[in-house]
Design a protein around this ligand. Structure first.
Ligand SMILES: C[S@@+](CC[C@H](N)C(=O)[O-])C[C@H]1O[C@@H](n2cnc3c(N)ncnc32)[C@H](O)[C@@H]1O
Length: 224
């Protein structure tokens, strides 16, 4: 079963405004893995659960074509409003039914999204659409998050940690997969050649003028 909690227009608008682009450290990790396992040319990357496209657009300079896929029409609408690079396009679609030719894709990514997928069906599609030695990268982030701004970093961090503690019991059960650092997802990846990497990250957002620090984990696997 796929989970669909991000469908509304107002949700998509907030995502467009406030979500940070995928961290460059994660992108570099994924690209060097793909280079090592498959090598160039990098023709087609597909970003599943792309939301309003922050995670998709960051791949544009490295591939001939990048396609963002999301089950939510509102998220795709928001993504399409951005004057993005010309080689990036977006389509509404399901992670479990990917409309790409067999053996046509170099890289499949999913940022903060794979825990919502039906992993068994998703992996069948990944196996089908990837080129030989093509790669899949599934990454996400876990609290505690630190927020930094002038001299109120400590209070801000305390507020965000309190927020997680208070809302935690009401989260979807799927969020446990994130707290568990994607261990279930690692086991659901059917390619034997796979690895799991953790990375401490920092980023700043021009909208909020805040600096953030948190931990990302990234699962990387390569098709035989
Ligand atoms: C937390 S957002 C991540 C957005 C973006 N990748 C990022 O890193 O900013 C998760 C997205 O996955 C999408 N999604 C959830 N289940 C999906 C599925 N089965 N197929 C395609 N997209 C899905 C949601 O609609 C949502 O836009």
């Amino acid at each position: 079963m796929a989970w669909r909690l991000f469908e509304e227009q107002d949700h998509a608008v907030l995502y467009q405004k406030y979500r940070l682009p995928s961290p460059s450290q994660i992108r570099n990790l994924v690209l060097s893995y793909l280079k090592r396992k498959k090598g160039k040319p990098f023709t087609l990357a597909v970003d599943i659960g792309c939301g309003p496209g922050q995670s998709t657009r960051g791949l544009a300079s490295y591939f001939e074509q990048v396609v963002g896929i999301d089950v939510s029409g509102a998220q795709i609408e928001e993504a399409m409003k951005v004057d993005g690079p010309e080689n990036v396009s977006y389509r509404r679609g399901l992670a479990e039914e990917l409309e790409f030719e067999d053996g046509s894709v170099d890289l499949v990514t999913a940022g903060a999204a794979a825990h919502w997928f039906d992993m068994e069906k998703f992996m069948k599609e990944v196996e089908r659409i990837l080129k030989p030695k093509g790669c899949v990268a599934l990454y996400c982030y876990r609290p505690p998050f630190e927020l930094h701004y002038n001299d109120c970093s400590e209070q801000l961090t305390q507020i965000v940690q309190e927020m997680f503690k208070t809302l935690g019991p009401y989260q979807s059960e799927k969020c446990h997969i994130v707290q568990n650092e994607y261990k279930e997802i690692y086991h659901a990846i059917t390619f034997p050649d796979k690895e799991s990497i953790q990375q401490a990250l920092g980023a700043s957002s021009s909208e909020t003028v805040l600096e953030t620090k948190w931990t990302a984990f990234c699962l990387l696997a390569s098709k035989p």
